[in-house]
Design a protein around this ligand. Structure first.
Ligand code: CO
Length: 209
């Protein structure tokens, strides 16, 4: 059985490189993590959270799944949000989508992809919400990219509606939700300029800026 020795070798070199610039780095990290950010992003191998925003181990708490979806009954994602908000007390939650997302594209075609189609239902729901706008576009690329953006906004709303985030705002905890989208083709992150922070309004929805 292949042992993936090259990866283990890479790891040794990586750890040595970090220790050579900061000998105490791993000792400090072993004692605690204190990240300011929670990242909710796609599992896509081309969108590695730490690397594309230049953060070191310990600086960002990460949850990834196919097409960066936040489902109200997904215990995995909810547990991550709870730990990040209530224990780590992160100040920012970044929902990061990316253009050309295979999950989003698969949700737009009408083919059978197997079990994943059940997960993609959540994206099909977003499509249904914006059907007129999306279906008016000509190419599959345009449709996919718009749905990638709209999916980020919808998943941000889902983050806001979790009890943990609602409670954090009720308790005046500093917490802002950000919506970003990453371009695989150029490596550039775009801020969708939808930020939601703070108090729950009278209508039960958070105020946005
Ligand atoms: Co993706």
């Amino acid at each position: 059985m292949p042992k993936l020795q090259h990866l283990l070798d890479n790891n040794k070199k990586w750890a040595e490189k970090i220790k050579s610039s900061d000998p105490d780095f791993f000792n400090k990290l072993a004692k605690q993590q204190n990240p300011e950010y929670l990242w909710i992003g796609c599992s896509d191998s081309r969108v590695p959270a730490n690397e594309i925003v230049g953060l070191m181990p310990g600086e960002i708490f990460v949850h990834r799944n196919i097409a960066n979806i936040v489902v109200h009954t997904d215990l995995n994602c909810l547990s991550v949000i709870q730990y990040a908000v209530e224990v780590l007390r992160v100040k920012h939650i970044i929902v990061c989508g990316h253009y050309g997302c295979g999950g989003i594209r698969a949700a737009l075609d009408n083919q059978d992809h197997g079990i994943i189609d059940n997960w993609l239902r959540h994206i099909k729901d977003v499509h249904r919400l914006y059907k007129t706008q999306i279906d008016a576009l000509e190419t599959m690329k345009e449709k996919t990219d718009l749905l990638c953006e709209l999916n980020v906004v919808e998943q941000m709303a889902n983050v806001c509606q979790t009890t943990m985030v609602q409670n954090a705002w009720k308790n005046n905890q500093e917490l802002t939700i950000h919506g970003w989208i990453y371009g695989i083709e150029n490596g550039i992150m775009k801020d969708l300029n939808v930020r939601i922070s703070g108090q729950v309004g009278e209508n039960g929805l958070p105020s946005s800026s």
